[in-house]
Structures are given as C-alpha cells and as structure tokens.
Design a protein around this ligand. Structure first.
Ligand code: GUE
Length: 369
C-alpha cells in the first residue's frame, strides 16, 4: 500500500516534468554518463585537430581584429585631426604677422647700434606679377622698420651689366640683403648672377654656398619658401620625425631645399616629380605633403591620407571666366581639406610666410654684419 502510493507520487511528479520523478541513483547515473561522454568527445579530438582550431582562431582574430583596430585608429585620427569636421586651416597670414611682430624688436636693436636693416631688391624687366610681388615685399618691410632699396633695370640688361650692379651692392655696407627677383629675362645667365651675390647677403638662400651649407645641416640663410613651409608644419603641431614626407616638385628654390629641411627634421622623405610613375600612390601614404609643382589642382583631394598635413606652395592663375583670374594651388583644396588634418589655403598660406621669412633673413644678416 505504502509502496504503491510512493510509486504513484513519483509517477505524478514525473508527469509534471519535475526532476524528482527520477530516483537519486538514476540522476547520479545520468550525470556520470554525461561527464564520461564529454570526456570521450574531447579525447577523440587529437592534437592535430586542436592545432587547426587554434590556428583558425588566431587567423580570424588577427584578420578581423587588426582590421577593426586599424579602422578604429583611423576613425580616431579622423575625429582627432578633424577629418570629419574639416582640417585645421593653417593661416599663413596670421602666422606671418606674428613672425613680423617678433622681428620689430630685433630691428629696433639693430637701429640702436646704427645699422638699419636694409634689403636691396633687383628687378630686371617689367613682368607685372613680379612688380606686384616686389611692392608687397617692400610694404611689409616698411611696417617692420626694414629699409628697402629698389633697383629696377630694363629688360634689355645684359648679364655683365647685372653683375656690375650686384658687385656694387655687395660692397655697399649699408646693404645687408640682396634679392634678385626671379625669373630673369631670357638671355641673362641666371646661375652666374646667383653665384655673384655675396653669400653673407644672400637672403634668398640661392647661392651655392648657402645651398651647400643647408645640405650639410649647418645652414646660414635658408630659402624663404622652404623655411615658411617648415614654420607652417611646426605651427600645425606636426613633428616630421619618423613621418613619411612627400615633396612634389624638385626645383632648386623650393622642392630640393624643403626636402633637405624635412630630412634634417628626421622625416622619411620622398621627392616626386614629372617622371614619378604613380603620384597617387605616393600621396596616399604621405603624412606630410609639400606641393610645389605649379600645376593647378594636380593633387586630388581624395588621395590625401586622413589626418595628413598639406602644405600647398602652388600659385596658379587660372582663367575662371570672371574679370580676374582665379588663384589655385597645386592641391584640390576643398576635397583635400575634408580629409587632411591641417592644410594651407591659397592665397593666405605659404605666400605671406615667404615674405616674412625673407625679412627675418634680412634682420639676421643685419645682426651679423
Ligand atoms: N629671388 C626671388 N625670391 C622669391 O622669393 C621669389 C622670386 N624671386 N620670384 C617670385 C617668387 C614668388 N614669390 C611669392 C611670395 C609671396 C607671395 C604672396 O604673398 N602671395 C599672397 C598673395 C597672392 C596673390 O593674391 O597674388 C598669398 O599667397 O596669399 C607670392 C609670391 C616669391 N618669389
């Protein structure tokens, strides 16, 4: 009677789906069987299979994990350096004003000891763009208290006549800097002229002595545009050390010297030029780009690496249908600014810095005279 009712109870519990429906012994048996079968399954997996599982897991983690990490880093770069919100605009006008303000004190000190810094500007011929440029330089110089002496020579001037004028300026103690505006008319031997300027008055930094000193890493006068580029990079908060820097253009006055300066700043420097096979690929991997080729918008915005620092030296006057030609850089500005970390506008970027650096060189020349 008692036994039956117990069995009945067990059966009822079993129907209600309660584990109690099984006896304790049965439960224990089941547990043991499960554990046993699990062990058997693991034992059936040999070391080779286990090895494969590990290899696959590692490959999957590396592949997707690193790619995701890369994506995250890039996203962070974009957010941090403004890829999404737009690049920092490197305002060369404002920075050049700062530089010129700093010069004013040094100019005063020179004047106090009776040596007013003086720049002689030699302009041969009547290229309208050169005239505008020279006037702008002289206006800036006057603001800082630097004297300028204008030497305008006719387009028919011979090399010897020009050399004679430079010789005069070399020997004039009141003149601290000599600038021979380029380009010179065809027929004038430019190399001979640049070699004739006293290297201690060569504020353009174009004399072979000064270019050689730059190459050796002990510069005297650093060419103005390259110097301006470096000041803009520094202003952007970008340390070139260890970074990939791409210089587009190999001129003696911009490309080559700026490449030297970047090299001295420990960048890994590439110089691209008209024979470069794949300019796009070079641009895509550059952290710093200095464009100095003189081809409007040669460098496409979409080539710019996210967060890169873009220095545009180009000044291309392009007929835009309007009354005035449009001034375009070597970089496609709007599209580049959407990807770059920092970028110089044209105008208002490198141009004003060139003038400020020229005047800084004149003050240095006066201080050392
Ligand atoms: N011996 C010599 N040294 C030079 O340094 C030299 C030269 N010859 N020959 C001509 C080029 C050209 N150059 C410029 C510098 C500044 C601006 C400049 O300030 N541009 C402004 C305004 C541009 C505009 O609106 O026309 C800007 O970029 O914002 C332009 C052009 C120095 N050069």
């Amino acid at each position: 009677m008692v036994q039956r009712s117990l069995r009945e109870l067990q059966a009822r519990r079993h129907r209600r789906g309660l584990g109690w429906g099984l006896g304790l012994e049965q439960l224990e048996q089941l547990r043991l069987e499960r554990r046993e079968s699990g062990r058997v399954r693991w034992r059936q997996l040999g070391w080779v299979e286990l090895g494969w599982v590990i290899v696959i897991v590692v490959v999957v983690v590396l592949f997707f994990g690193l790619e995701r990490l890369d994506g995250l880093v890039e996203l962070e770069l974009e957010l941090q350096l403004g890829g999404m919100s737009g690049a920092t605009i490197l305002d060369g006008k404002a920075l050049s004003k700062q530089l010129l303000d700093q010069l004013a004190g040094r100019v005063e000190a020179c004047k106090a000891r009776g040596a007013t810094p003086c720049l002689a500007v030699v302009l041969v011929g009547d290229d309208p763009a050169s005239k505008i440029y020279v006037r702008s330089k002289e206006r800036r110089a006057a603001k800082v208290g630097i004297a300028t002496a204008d030497h305008r020579l006719p387009a028919t001037t011979t090399t010897d006549e020009l050399l004679a004028r430079i010789d005069e300026l070399n020997r004039d103690d009141a003149v601290h800097g000599i600038l021979v505006q380029l380009p010179l008319p065809a027929g004038v031997d430019e190399q001979r002229v640049l070699r004739s300027v006293d290297p201690r008055k060569d504020v353009d930094g174009f004399h072979p002595d000064n270019l050689g000193l730059l190459m050796l890493g002990t510069p005297r006068f650093v060419a103005c545009t390259p110097q301006g580029c470096m000041r803009l990079i520094e202003h952007a908060g970008v340390d070139p050390s260890g970074k990939r820097a791409l210089v587009v253009g190999r001129s003696n006055i911009v490309g080559k010297p700026v490449a030297q300066l970047l090299l001295h700043a420990n960048a890994t420097v590439t110089i691209a030029h008209s024979r470069t096979q794949d300019l796009e690929a070079e641009v895509r991997r550059a952290d710093i780009i200095v464009a100095a080729v003189g081809r409007p918008e040669l460098i496409r915005g979409e080539w710019i690496r996210a967060g890169a620092c873009v220095i545009d030296v180009g000044m291309n006057r392009v007929d835009a249908g309007g009354p005035k030609p449009k001034l375009l850089g070597d970089v496609e500005y709007e599209a580049a600014a959407a990807r770059a970390g920092s970028i110089t506008p044209v105008p208002g970027g490198v141009g004003p810095m060139t003038i400020a650096c020229l005047l800084a060189n004149v003050v240095s020349a006066a201080e050392q005279a």
